[in-house]
Design a protein around this ligand. Structure first.
Ligand SMILES: [Zn+2]
Length: 491
């Protein structure tokens, strides 16, 4: 493919609306979040708590405000999280069980219940020096929070970056993620308290059987709480990073030849591309080369299905027809629908497999926790993780190579590619179902052919690793196709 002309004077600055009359056919894009005036340091500092249920607003405020105030909010958040964690740990240590070395008649060690006050637990926890204990707690608490936020920021980078310096975009993504620290503080407080109550109750029961057991719902809350907290934070960050995008001037760059990227600003609309000879008019008249996607014009179950099938089987043609300089709200809604359908499907699958494998669960709560929530939510988490990870790898390669002059068209691609998750669902779903129903049938097959049991378990591992590896490689290839199709898009 020929590259864009090297004369910098011919290339209009990225992000500027068209000035050439022939180029005025491109509609102004509505891609930026609501512009937020520069907030005060106090508003920036409070944003993670004030907008605890408005992720986009919290992120937009954190990103737009003074940087030092955002760092201060992060620092105070980490201190709060560490204090709450230590508090919950001390509370759970007020009741402990120790095992007597002398055993009872049956030869089992005897549990001895130990109750102590909060001050005693604190004195024991801090040890010799309170300052050293505080530093230790800050390191143990702060480093994981910072590392997770940095990793999440990298995952979200292709969804936040627009153009310009990568470092600035990475910092935007980082503070977009960090604006969720208010929610994290709330979750640590809630889960820490419930966890300590349940732990103390269990210890009391073990030490003295006369203590009544807490209702089962408490164990349910603890078992599911940590999982739900992780998913809730991820959902929050996904929303927040849309608010962390650059809200600078909107509009698509100067008109380009969609085939080779040649700048068409000074080429007559009736002519042909000087580089590759493609008809210019077809590329600059709205709706001719890029009629758009029916899902975006009339969203509904049928258009959603049609768009998904087109994406799965003809990705190049789908992206060549998609209008990429319009708002990506509908694309994100498309992805959300996929995640909802995935969740429902995984719930049904989890229940079917469970019913076939183990029959009814012992209690209603455990059935609800395991099959209706843990299995489908794990599937969602795995799907989201692989999608964002591959997108971050591809996005980083594009950023380093300067492949995409402007990332806004990619925002839509990232959302529409959610449809490809179904390929993983079909492959892994069939594989797992066959393993659940028929045991290690692959190993049995290999044993029957080779006559040796050396390779028992290997075929199953290979099927999981190699199969998913091939699907991931295919996904990278799809991103390449999508990039070729939207890189020089005019609409
Ligand atoms: Zn061309």
């Amino acid at each position: 493919m020929a590259t864009a002309p090297s004369d910098p004077n011919r290339v209009a600055p990225v992000g500027q609306p068209h000035e050439d009359p022939a180029a005025a056919v491109c509609p102004p894009a509505d891609l930026a979040p609501a512009v937020i005036l520069r907030p005060s340091w106090w508003a920036t500092f409070c944003a993670p708590y004030r907008f605890i249920f408005q992720p986009r607003r919290a992120a937009a405020t954190m990103v737009a405000g003074p940087r030092w105030a955002a760092w201060l909010a992060l620092g105070v958040g980490i201190i709060l999280i560490v204090c709450l964690t230590v508090g919950a740990t001390l509370w759970s240590k007020t009741v402990t069980v120790e095992w007597d070395a002398a055993s009872d008649a049956a030869g089992l060690p005897i549990p001895i219940l130990q109750e102590r006050s909060l001050e005693e637990a604190w004195a024991q926890w801090r040890g010799e020096s309170a300052a050293a204990a505080a530093v230790r707690a800050l390191l143990y608490g702060g480093i994981p929070v910072l590392l997770s936020a940095a990793f999440m920021a990298w995952l979200q980078l292709p969804r936040v970056h627009r153009s310009g310096r990568t470092g600035a975009s990475l910092l935007r993504a980082f503070f977009g993620v960090v604006s969720g620290i208010g929610l994290l503080v709330l979750l640590v407080a809630l889960l820490g308290a419930v966890g300590a109550v349940v732990q103390n109750n269990q210890d009391r029961q073990m030490g003295a059987a006369s203590v009544a057991m807490l209702p089962e719902v408490f164990s349910f809350v603890v078992a599911l709480g940590y999982f739900a907290a992780v998913l809730g934070l991820i959902f929050w960050v996904e929303c927040a990073c849309v608010g962390a995008r650059d809200s600078g001037p909107t509009g698509s760059p100067s008109p380009r030849c969609e085939r080779c990227g040649y700048d068409l600003t000074h080429v007559p609309a009736s002519g042909r591309c000087p580089e590759c000879g493609t008809d210019v008019q077809a590329m600059l008249v709205p709706g001719m080369r890029r009629p758009g996607c029916s899902w975006e014009e009339s969203p509904g179950a049928l258009t959603w299905r049609d768009a998904s099938l087109a994406l799965l089987f003809r990705p190049s043609s789908f992206y060549a027809r998609l209008q990429v300089w319009t708002s990506d709200t509908m694309a994100r809604r498309f992805a959300a629908w996929h995640y909802i359908v995935l969740f429902v499907g995984a719930t049904l699958w989890g229940n079917l497999v469970a019913w076939r494998m183990w029959g009814a669960m012992s209690t209603l709560w455990s059935a609800v926790v395991v099959y209706a929530l843990v299995i489908p939510l794990s599937c969602l988490l795995a799907g989201w993780g692989i999608q964002r990870l591959l997108a971050a790898v591809v996005g980083s390669v594009w950023l380093v190579g300067g492949t995409m002059p402007d990332f806004r068209p990619i925002w839509k691609v990232l959302s529409y590619e959610t449809a490809y998750l179904w390929v993983f669902v079909v492959y892994d779903g069939l594989l797992m179902t066959s393993l659940f129903l028929f045991g290690d049938w692959m190993s049995a097959l290999v044993v029957s052919i080779t006559g040796t049991t050396t390779f028992r378990g290997v075929p199953e591992s290979l099927a999981v690793l190699l199969g998913n590896g091939v699907l991931c490689a295919l996904w990278l290839w799809r991103y390449r196709l999508a990039c070729d199709a939207v890189r020089w898009a005019n609409f």
